[in-house]
Write a protein that binds this ligand. Sequence first.
Ligand code: NAD
Ligand code: MG
Length: 393
Amino acid sequence: MQGLVVLGATGSIGRNTLDVVRRNPERLRVLGLSAQRDVAGLHAQCVEFRPRHAVLADAAAAAELRERLRADGIDTRVGDGAEALAELAAHDEADQVMSAIVGAAGLLPTLAAVRAGKRVLIANKEPLVMGGPLLLAEARRCGATLIPIDSEHNAIFQCLPPGSRCGEAPSGVRRLILTASGGPFRQTPVGDLDHVTPQQAVRHPNWVMGPKISVDSATMMNKGLELIEASVLYALPDERLDVVIHPQSTVHSVVEYVDGSMLAQLGESDMRVPIAHALAWPQRWTSGVGGLDLGRLGSLQFEAPDLQRFPCLGLAREALRGGDALPNVLNAANEIAVEAFLNGRLRFTGIATLIEKTLDQALGGAPPDGGDLASILAIDAWARARAGELLNA
Ligand code: NAD
Ligand code: MG
């Protein structure tokens, strides 16, 4: 029986993780669950899974959850705030930690899990973009194991030679090819993109996900963040990482070897597949998802991405190439831009413009990236402030 902590339990990845747990009750015991302020969602999960600990980032929400659990006679201990979250991520009895908070908010708890030497299943890609080298170096130093949950990176992990470890360049690999669905606006006339709404942007054709990553998929910044994530996890430079649009989301990514072999992982567009893979690795457990009926699939399409339509993808590549503070600045500006778009304060096409302007300012004056936590947080704060000013200008 392994102890599992789920950070971001009430979100899309969190709920899919608990569904896999539900199907493997003899293997996993839920030790702790966390969320930001969704009292009803976390309460229902506490009633079902009876974790020892629950943490809500918001103190008022935590007080309400405490009260409700007391009334139910459930003895889950409820904490609140950043410190309680980091403690939960590093809990002595946790064997595995699912990192599934959205955005930069996941950096500190993910780092805490890594520093405690846990097996960390990493869905929360933004911390890898902000401070990938630090997370990988700390994992090495503290004996933590990172297993990617992002479907592309998990697919790659499954196709790499046995013994490959995150943070080390895999042997015999020439190129990694990330597949991308192209999102809801793959065929929208480019001139109409100025006027698309948040409701249209979050309606992804193949995946059901949280609002932030859904907007990232619509701009293809998601694939841009994933290029940086792949570069960190597989220690490969930008020129050995490719993106191809594959509207069916059936092939989840491809590893090209030096001998010309190309290995791909295929499956339904259901995050329970990579989640179950990572929880079970190196074994295999049931996920609740069946295989594909290849005879009924028909044809699969692949096409090169159009950078005119998806400028965010180009910006992410530039940030990856430029290195230093740029990936972190890109991520922070994107978080500000996506939030503004979801709140109706910025047009869809304004997302890329705001990020580009923030990156331009960074070339002249961002704090340098010393690779330590303090400088990662300083760059993030600097970029959020600049993007906020640009938004209000
Ligand atoms: P979501 O919005 O559905 O859920 C986010 C979770 O994090 C919720 O439980 C929320 O309460 C919690 N949270 C949000 N802000 C917080 C804060 N400030 N402090 C503490 N907790 C906070 O998001 P999601 O779609 O599940 O995505 C989670 C992460 O996984 C993201 O980084 C995303 O890019 C990545 N990811 C998601 C998918 C997917 O299919 N949803 C696929 C690949 C990668
Ligand atoms: Mg992905």
